[in-house]
Write a protein that binds this ligand. Structure first.
Ligand code: NAD
Length: 382
């Protein structure tokens, strides 16, 4: 067995209605004024007001920054950091999917240490702790509430850069399944598939450890059980709770085991074509599972047993059975079968493959890959 280290450094609060515990968490971090970071859609839904009212009722003042877009840009991070500094806030409450959570982390870095987002790109380049963040996820999801990553789009390069540092990890992850019940079914489908891919890639990664496997297996069990009922009825409390917890366990698993080719290849699809992250992952997943099948030593069957529709035992399991199940799952959730349906064109493949090769996730994919392999995989997914 390989050496490993593992820790879960932040506090996690979970429960239906647990948003009401926000004042207690603000008190624990000794917060003064708060900057709420979120997006306009969540504002329109009334979710931002709900959070703001809870903060106000506890006697803490706040300002808001609500300009976060999907696949958020360096410019948005700069604007959020300026808003934070100008407000005089001492902590950030972030409400949203991965996009607002990643902006909050990167804005915390700029507010604390100055400079440009690109100078923190890569691993361990953040010099110290950033101001406290309380992360309240509204998708299930990216797991960003428990990860040390911030993924930001550099539009000048059509490139999604990653800042990777333990200094980014939110102080608290506040998981209230009620908050994901407002998701439209297409966003629910894409974001839930993102969580499934996190669990699955972390489980198959060459950097997996017994600890990350335990997290990934729990995530697969919860997501496998919840993904179909949640996407079909988002007000199903049991399924929403399962998805929210599964996404968080998957986040902890991949924070340590990293991911694989699916994620390495999904980021350029966001950078070049602005394809929603979870949807890019879901389309690539069966293609990469097929490519990695050569390396399987039994985990494919365990994954299959978590996500299969039928409870019946399956004799003579082969990787193809898992791949077909994933294709069926994508189809039943309304995920397009091919990248060409989303406007991806063959001429961009060499550039996307070049960017995918820069990702550390390529190095932990179970099957070694060259740029030519990645180009071939994009073509298959096209
Ligand atoms: P998102 O945050 O971009 O949100 C997608 C859409 O869903 C937005 O329009 C948003 O307004 C809407 N939305 C969010 N919650 C809602 C709710 N409860 N009800 C109705 N609408 C809601 O989507 P995401 O998939 O959560 O995040 C994707 C981003 O996260 C990508 O940029 C991706 O690269 C990044 N990411 C980060 C990590 C990490 O560890 N930091 C991991 C994976 C992905």
């Amino acid at each position: 067995m390989k050496d490993f280290t593992f820790s879960v450094p932040q506090d996690i609060v979970f429960g239906i209605g647990s948003l009401s515990k926000l004042p207690m968490l603000l008190q624990k971090i000794g917060s003064g004024k708060v900057l709420i970071i979120s997006g306009r859609f969540l504002e329109r839904l009334g979710a931002v007001k709900k959070v703001a009212d809870i903060i106000e009722a506890s006697g803490i003042s706040y300002e808001t920054f609500l300009e976060v877009e999907a696949n958020p840009s360096i410019e948005t991070v700069k604007a959020a950091s300026e808003a934070y500094k100008k407000s005089g806030a001492t902590s950030i409450v972030v409400l949203g999917g991965g996009s607002p959570m990643d902006v909050a982390k990167a804005a915390g870095v700029l507010a604390g240490f100055g400079g440009e987002v690109t100078q923190y790109e890569g691993a361990d380049r953040v010099p110290g702790r950033i101001d406290p963040i309380i992360a309240i996820p509204t998708t299930a999801g990216t797991g960003s509430e428990v990860t040390a990553f911030s993924v930001i789009t550099d539009k000048t390069r059509n490139y999604k850069l990653t800042i990777f540092s333990n200094k980014l990890i939110p102080e608290y992850a506040l998981l209230d399944p009620e908050l994901i019940m407002s998701l439209p079914s297409d966003i629910a489908a894409a974001t839930c598939m993102d969580a499934l891919v996190h669990a699955l890639e972390a489980y198959l990664s060459t950097a997996a450890s017994p600890f990350s496997d335990a997290m990934a297996e729990k995530a697969l069990e919860l997501i496998g059980k919840s993904i179909r009922p949640f996407v079909s009825s988002r007000n199903n409390e049991e399924a929403a709770s399962g998805m929210m917890l599964g996404s968080m366990f998957a986040g902890i698993a991949f924070a340590w085991a990293r991911l694989g080719n699916v994620h390495a290849m999904a980021h350029p699809l966001g950078g070049f074509f602005n394809i929603p992250h979870g949807m890019a992952n879901a389309i690539l997943l069966p293609v990469i599972l097929e490519y990695n099948a050569l390396t399987d030593t039994g985990k494919y069957e365990k994954i299959y047993n978590c996500i299969k529709r039928s409870k019946a035992a399956r004799m003579n399991f082969t990787p193809k059975i898992l791949i077909e199940e994933i294709r069926e799952l994508n189809q039943s959730l309304g995920i397009p079968a091919a990248l060409s349906e989303l406007g991806v064109t063959e001429d961009t493949i060499p550039d996307m493959a070049r960017d995918a090769m820069k990702s550390g996730n390529i190095l932990v994919n179970p099957r070694q890959s060259t740029q030519k392999d990645i180009e071939m995989l994009y073509k298959k997914a096209l």
